[in-house]
Every structure is written in structure tokens, then in C-alpha cells.
Design a protein around this ligand. Structure first.
Ligand code: SF4
Length: 377
């Protein structure tokens, strides 16, 4: 059986670079988009030749700031994906939007996008300024209202555990966001990634990161308040009002399905280790290098690496990680000693061959996943 296939489109430009961001992004500075779109279309054609006939279940425009794309370019990429691969009926077509591009939302919808996720991040001007965002509270709210009037499926993204943010501050904001009645929210903890401006500031004491206890309390509040509003987390950081509102594209990553990526720095994974092998590809990071080509480099993903990725991702899901599926795909299982230890510590449950995090275990998801992953030879 062939796994569902998704297409990720990475638009690498942003109006300005946020100080906490470690994505593959570049200042837009009047960048010419035509050569990049042409390179993406050529890359997509090469993917079709490489993979043979497959239909797409999802398209996701991420970045960067894909709402900076011209709607005509969005429409061209959707049309090319449909011509080359074919979209299944009801395929998800999602795009990540900056509230500042609210004037383009109608054009983005007309181009064929049906799910918009808006990078709200915070609901007060002070914190938005600290986060280096170019929008304020008023623009955030206007963007949500506009998106709600245009799109059936809208998600709002937030960042919590900001410098100086109290539990009460976050509770007020999260409650207000939930009162909008959207079908989906993503709430991420602010992390300090190596090399970012925020990390350098934290190292010299110019900002004070939230401590672990406060961050854990904010996480638990996020989960509890979300659940109380009918939006229990279906993935550690993602809350949906029913299955229809889930991000189907992101679920491809979390369940070890197949996806291909176009645009600078995009990643791809397809195939299963025990059925002809799993392959990976990474697109060239810089827009200039990507346009010049060759745009992709390829690598075989070993069964062990695939098992490690499936454990890291699958454990984050409400449904948990099915060990029988893991073994069927990779020939590997979770580490039995770590599994027994985490069950005894009430961080995990293992029921019907499915490993799930307990509410307490969710606080340590990545560490548990690393210890559960089988080790190399
Ligand atoms: S807008 Fe998003 S992708 Fe762009 S710099 Fe900010 S956080 Fe990174």
C-alpha cells in the first residue's frame, strides 16, 4: 500500500528576521520572486519524474513568510501540483500567513488556499515588540477576523514562555484566543536555539528566559484550558476542534508518511525501510543556490534512523505510537528497558501495543523519545 503523499513549499523570505527564529529565512529586500518560482516549478516536475504517478493529499506553503508570495504564484504552484501529480478530492491546501499581509488574504483564498494559519504569537504590543514582530495587537485581531470571514479552516499560532511573561498573562491571552472560536491553535514554547539573537541576548543577561517550572505550568495550563474549550491537544503543541480541523499535512510528518519539498532548504522523505527503502532529500539552502541548481541532494534513510524519527514524532500524538506499525515499517521497536522505566514512573502507558504519553510525560516528550529510540550498532 502506498503511503499518502504531501507537498511542502518553502518560501524563504520574511519582511524582517525575528530574533528567536532559526528557520532557513532571508530578508525579502525586494527579492525577485520570478526565478525562485520558476526553480520551484522545475523542481516539482523533477519530483514527478522521480516518484512516478502519485496523488497529493496535501499542499503546505510554509517559510519564511509565504503570505508575501504573489497570489498568482501560489495559484501557479497549486495548478502545477494538480497537473503533475493530481490532488485527491478535498486535499488540504494550507498557507502560513503574517497578520501584516491581511490585504492579500482574499487573493490567497482565490488562488486556491483553503486553510490559513496566522502567526499571531502574542496579543499585546509589548510582547510582540520583544519578539521582533512587525504587527501589533490590533493587526493580529484584524487578521483573525478577516481570515474567519474568508476561510473555513483557520489556525492561530502562539508563542508562550516569553521573557517576563507571567502565568496569569498567558492565561488571559490564551483565554482570549480561545474565545475567537477558531478550529485550530498551535501553541509553542519559546525556545532559545543556538546562534539566534535571543540566545545571544540571554547569554549576556539582556533577557531572562522563563524558568523550567513556570514553563511547565504554562504548558499544563495550555493543555487544560484548550481541553476545557473542546480543543484537546492532538499533538503536543497543536489543538483542534475535532478531527476535520487537524492539520492533515503536519500529520504526514508525525506519522512517518511520505512528503516532498520544494523551495530552499525543504526536506523530503518517502518509502519505507522494509519495502524498498526510505529515501530522503534536502534542497539547497540559499535561494541563489537553489535557483542555480541542482536543487536537491539525496540520501538513503536507514531503518534505524527512520525508527528514531518515527518515535520522536509519533510519541507527540494523542493517539501515540503504534509499536506494531513501527516494527512493520522499520524492523525496530522501542527500547524495552526505557519503556518499562517510563511506565513505572507513570510518564507513559503501553496499551494494545500503543505507547502514549501521560499528562506528566508530555512535559518531557523529547527526552523520553530519545531514550526510547533504539541505539545504533
Ligand atoms: S516571520 Fe516566522 S519565519 Fe520569518 S523570521 Fe519571523 S519567525 Fe522566522
Amino acid at each position: 500500500m502506498t503511503s499518502p503523499l504531501g507537498l511542502y513549499i518553502h518560501w524563504p523570505y520574511c519582511a524582517r528576521i525575528c530574533p528567536y527564529c532559526d528557520f532557513n529565512v532571508y530578508r525579502a529586500r525586494g527579492a525577485e520572486s520570478a526565478p525562485l518560482v520558476a526553480a520551484m516549478l522545475a523542481d516539482l516536475k523533477a519530483w514527478r519524474e522521480r516518484l512516478g504517478p502519485r496523488r497529493l493529499v496535501s499542499l503546505h506553503f510554509g517559510g519564511g513568510t509565504p503570505s508575501l508570495m504573489e497570489p498568482e504564484d501560489i495559484a501557479r504552484i497549486i495548478a502545477a501540483a494538480d497537473d503533475l501529480f493530481g490532488l485527491v478530492a478535498g486535499a488540504e491546501i494550507g498557507l502560513e500567513a503574517n497578520p501584516m499581509e491581511v490585504a492579500r488574504f482574499a487573493g490567497i483564498k482565490a488562488a486556491g488556499v483553503e486553510r490559513l494559519s496566522i502567526g499571531i504569537q502574542a496579543l499585546n504590543d509589548h510582547d510582540l515588540n520583544v519578539l521582533g514582530r512587525d504587527h501589533g495587537r490590533a493587526a493580529a485581531i484584524k487578521a483573525v477576523e478577516t481570515a474567519q470571514s474568508l476561510f473555513e479552516r483557520v489556525s492561530a499560532d502562539f508563542i508562550y514562555a516569553r521573557p517576563g511573561q507571567s502565568l496569569r498573562d498567558w492565561q488571559g491571552e490564551w483565554q482570549e484566543a480561545l474565545s475567537w472560536g477558531l478550529g485550530h491553535y498551535s501553541c509553542y514554547q519559546l525556545t532559545y536555539e543556538p546562534g539566534t539573537a535571543f540566545t545571544k541576548k540571554a547569554e549576556r543577561g539582556a533577557i531572562v528566559p522563563a524558568d523550567d517550572d513556570l514553563t511547565a505550568d504554562m504548558f499544563t495550563l495550555t493543555q487544560d484550558l484548550g481541553a476545557a474549550h473542546g480543543l484537546a491537544a492532538y499533538e503536543i503543541s497543536n489543538h483542534a476542534r475535532g478531527d476535520d480541523q487537524r492539520s492533515r499535512h503536519n500529520q504526514l510528518y508525525w506519522t512517518g508518511a511520505d512528503w516532498i519539498g520544494i523551495g530552499p532548504g525543504a526536506h523530503s522523505r518517502w518509502g519505507r525501510p522494509l519495502y524498498g527503502g526510505r529515501q530522503g532529500a534536502s534542497a539547497v539552502l540559499t535561494p541563489g543556490g537553489y535557483i542555480k541548481g541542482p536543487s536537491q541532494t539525496f540520501e538513503a534513510v536507514t531503518a534505524l534512523e527512520d525508527a528514531q524519527e518515527r518515535i520522536l514524532m509519533g510519541l507527540r500524538l494523542k493517539e501515540g505510537l503504534n509499536r506494531a506499525s513501527l516494527r512493520a515499517a522499520t524492523g525496530h521497536d522501542v527500547d524495552p528497558e526505557a519503556l518499562a522505566r517510563f511506565i513505572a514512573q507513570k510518564l507513559l502507558i503501553d496499551q494494545d501495543e500503543t505507547v502514549r504519553l501521560t499528562p506528566q510525560g508530555r512535559l518531557y516528550a523529547d527526552r523520553l523519545a530519545m531514550e526510547l529510540a533504539p541505539a545504533g550498532d
